[in-house]
Design a protein around this ligand. Structure first.
Ligand code: UD1
Ligand code: CA
Length: 501
């Protein structure tokens, strides 16, 4: 197989892409969580070429920087003022070691569904037939805009004529040039030196290499690809969405073949790099994006968006928005939870309804079940954070960190003012504002004592239904209880003062 490795793959990405009507260069638009050019580079890299070159010009610095991030080994080749696909390839060859031999593959930076397998098939066919040039072609219902493939009597490719240069008869041809080729390196180099710019667009066409090679009696053949999606380019935002949807359909299908249970593929969006373990159920309305990895036997969704999230086996994540978070095995998140970057939930832990977390390390089996903001916190294993607890992490100037120890309990509706440490095995009474540290085994209580004002309803709300209810209850109490009304320890004190409030 190693002799089938191309010497070089050249990805053309210098074009302007004016029909995108965007300030973002066309090849930097994304589908499936990757830029168009990243898809192209990945397909190219998959053929294990000795060299990979990406040709840039429009928005050169942005595209080049992105290419370096995606594939640091790729050679960025600059196209000069001469326009056209032929000149683009020439510039790539100039940026690569001189005198390359073997096979050079040319692809486009805006054809995102093309796979390595298809390119390998192209190279294999090119070798098997002993071709100088092999062109991937497709037969389209509507060939408008594409270069038409001119076949000779033997069925070889005699030339490619651009739409703008074609006569009526040529325009009727439905077999089109996809723009993806395998070339013998020497033939390519020599033929390109002969290509001029005498055509309707005044460009140096790569397609002219075909006729030049054929004119020398070399073998030039077509390689038909049945899967038309793989050769379709993105020229505008309609095509971007169309190819994005098809890529997603393929990704979701692959996830199911790998063992995931997807209830509604039509409303499930998976980025290309996402992995999902077997028997995990993905419910409708769910997007799993970026480099997210989901374990096996999980339940994800409905209506959940996970971006760069790691979910352990057997976890459940329901109606949740999460980014750059780790959810441990067997943990439970949602419904209506918002996990911001830096959230780590331990095994069997819980983040419940209307809870927002950020930069929070929540230990194994710890629970933050209801209505809480938990930012900049470390929570020990088995701790329980009561409903409505606020981790006040910001004083308007700096952010502080809070530690809650293992197996500690924070009562409902407490505010913990950072930086603060609540030790292992400590309690915070409900409704407390915690402004100093709490030691092991201590209970922190910071609230005012309760007063019950006798007869207040009768005086201040006389004649209301509340007053009626109170009287009925008092009468019932008096009837059923002949015991003394002494106050037992722990019950609220009763006051009669202040009755006029
Ligand atoms: C090209 C082909 C046409 C084919 C079609 C398939 C030529 C002359 N024509 O036409 O036969 O049917 O693709 O989509 O090759 N590019 C550069 N530098 C340039 C010009 C283009 O790098 O100077 C890149 C573009 O970024 C793009 C690709 O080459 O990725 C194709 O360019 P485009 O202008 O879309 O070519 P078409 O006119 O569509
Ligand atoms: Ca195009």
């Amino acid at each position: 197989m190693s002799d089938l490795r191309p010497t070089a793959v050249i990805v053309l990405a210098a074009g302007e892409g004016t029909r995108m009507k965007s300030t973002t260069p066309k090849v930097l638009h994304t589908i499936g969580g990757r830029s168009l050019v990243a898809h192209a580079i990945r397909a190219a890299r998959g053929t294990s070429p000795q060299h990979l070159a990406v040709v840039v010009r429009h928005e050169r610095d942005r595209v080049a920087e992105h290419v370096r991030q995606v594939d640091p080994e790729a050679v960025v080749a600059d196209q000069d003022d001469v326009k056209g696909t032929g000149r683009a390839v020439e510039c790539a060859l100039e940026a690569l070691p001189a005198g390359l031999d073997g096979t050079v593959v040319v692809t486009y930076g805006d054809v995102p569904l093309l796979t390595s397998e298809t390119l390998e098939g192209l190279v294999a066919a090119h070798h098997a037939a002993g071709n100088a040039v092999t062109v991937i072609t497709a037969t389209l219902e509507d060939p408008t805009g594409y270069g038409r493939v001119i076949r000779d009597a033997e069925g070889s490719v005699a030339g490619i004529v651009e739409q703008k240069d074609a006569d009526e008869q040529q325009r009727a041809i439905r077999e089109v040039n996809s723009g993806l080729y395998a070339f013998d390196a020497a033939v390519l180099r020599e033929a390109l030196s002969e290509v001029g710019t005498d055509n309707a667009q005044g460009e140096k066409y790569l397609t002219d290499v075909v006729a030049i090679a054929r004119g020398r009696g070399l073998a030039v053949r077509a390689h038909l690809v049945a899967d038309l999606w793989q050769t379709e380019g993105v020229n505008d935002k309609v095509q971007l969405a169309r190819l994005g949807a098809e890529l997603n359909r393929r990704t979701v299908e692959q996830a199911m073949r790998d063992g995931a249970i997807v209830i509604d593929p039509a409303t499930t969006w998976l980025d290309a790099d996402v992995t999902i373990g077997p028997d995990t159920v993905v419910r409708p309305g769910t997007q799993i994006l970026g480099a997210s990895t989901i374990g096996r036997d999980c339940v994800i969704g409905p209506d959940t968006t996970l971006t760069d999230v790691e979910v352990g086996d057997g976890a459940s994540v329901v109606r949740t928005q999460a980014e750059l978070a780790e959810i441990g095995p067997g943990a439970s998140v949602g419904p209506f939870s918002y996990l911001r970057p830096g959230t780590r939930l331990g095994a069997q832990g819980k983040i419940g309804g209307f809870v927002e977390t950020k930069n929070a390390d929540i230990g194994a089996g710890a629970k933050v079940p209801h209505l809480t903001y938990c930012g900049d916190a470390t929570i020990g294993e088995g701790a329980n954070i009561g409903a409505g607890t606020i981790f006040a992490n910001y004083d308007g100037v700096t952010k502080g960190h809070t530690n809650v120890g293992a197996h500690s309990f924070v009562g409902s509706n407490s505010v913990i003012v950072a930086p603060r440490t609540i030790a292992d095995g400590a309690y915070v009474a409900a409704g407390s504002a915690v402004v100093s540290d709490v030691g092991p085994g201590q209970l922190a209580v910071t609230r005012a004592q309760q007063r019950n004002v006798d007869g207040w309803v009768a005086r201040r709300r006389a004649g209301t239904k509340t007053d009626d209810a109170a009287r009925t209850a008092q009468a019932a109490q008096a009837a059923t209880s002949s015991e003394s009304t002494e106050t037992t320890q722990g019950q609220p004190t009763t006051e009669t003062k202040d009755a006029r409030r």
